[in-house]
Design a protein around this ligand. Structure first.
Ligand code: THU
Length: 298
């Protein structure tokens, strides 16, 4: 729903996916569907220029939003008819407006608040998308309503304030760092993994082969076993790095991971190359999970 243009240098690779997730969450929590928006990620120079030209404010800022709908003091959930006027036959969606985020300000603010860039980008996207849905912070009451929605969105997309979760890039880096530990004398196909638990802890693993080849354990299962044995049983994401090729999880690992998080995101790549992401549900559709058995126990 969010068309994103990265115009600044050094935008993290996973920023667009994160922003899309946040935008979807805002619309879901606001109860609006069939809508779209445009987002630009720019540098301080460009947002300064826009701030001066559009608002007459001669300095850079962190985020700007330009809603298309005039909600007249209400928010999107109560304005279905007004939103429908923004229907664009080309996309088949109603256009809510544009948002612009400065990656430079986001980075500086993340450092200032001591949380991750992902958390800051997520927050700025939530804030801007809420503006596109009619929220504002001119009065104390409006400000409180907007804050409450921001908190809901941040919890919904699993970007808690405390410490912040590791980003996809950080998880992938940790997976790459595990390649040195891989025990792969037979295949020489080294794999490293790093799994992110819902409680914020991250556990690493590598493949551990065996002379009886079938006894080999993949990197993902090593990481997951280490996590489960330390009390983490719900996971948000797993990064898997191959040394000589991309290692999407094998069938056994897909089933093994499915037990602990059907919604988990999978980040796969080869060391030194850009990674790709998918959800476990995409990798293992129509899967068999604990609900099937545990649901039968009463
Ligand atoms: N391997 C993994 O560790 N993860 C995967 O997703 C694919 C395969 C390992 C198992 C074995 O040690 C080697 O790669 C070759 O199959």
């Amino acid at each position: 729903m969010l068309e994103i243009e990265c115009e600044a240098a050094s935008v993290p690779q996973d920023a667009p996916a994160l922003m899309e997730r946040v935008a979807r969450s805002v619309c879901h929590l606001e109860g609006v569907a069939g809508v779209s928006a445009c987002a630009r990620i720019v540098d301080d120079g460009e947002i300064h220029r826009l701030n001066a030209a559009q608002r007459g404010v001669d300095r850079p800022t962190d985020v700007l939003s330009f809603p298309t709908v005039n909600y007249r003091g209400r928010t999107a959930r109560d304005c279905a008819a007004l939103i429908r006027r923004e229907y664009d036959p080309e996309t088949g969606l109603c256009f809510l407006g544009d948002i612009v985020i400065s990656i430079d300000r986001a980075r500086a603010q993340a450092a200032e608040y001591g949380h991750s860039l992902a958390r800051e980008l997520g927050y700025l996207t939530a804030h801007a998308m809420l503006h596109l849905c009619g929220y504002d912070h001119m009065t104390e009451g409006d400000k409180a309503a907007m804050r409450a929605m921001e908190e809901k969105v941040m919890a919904d997309v699993s970007l808690p304030r405390e410490g912040g979760y590791l980003t996809d890039e950080e998880l992938f880096e940790r997976a790459c760092a595990m390649l040195d530990m891989a025990y792969a004398p037979y295949s020489r196909f080294r794999v490293g993994a790093c799994i992110l638990a819902e409680d914020g802890r991250a556990f690493t693993g590598c493949n551990v082969e065996n002379a009886s080849l079938g006894a080999t354990i993949c990197a993902e299962r090593t990481a997951a076993l280490k996590a489960v044995s330390e009390g983490a049983t719900k996971f948000l994401a797993i990064a898997i790095a191959g040394e000589s090729g991309v290692a999407w999880p094998c069938g056994i690992c897909r089933q093994f991971l499915r037990e602990f998080g059907p919604d988990m995101r999978v980040i796969a790549g080869r060391k030194g190359k850009p990674f790709e992401t998918a959800t476990l549900d995409e990798l293992l559709p129509r899967s068999f999970g604990p609900e099937e058995l545990l649901g039968n126990q009463e």
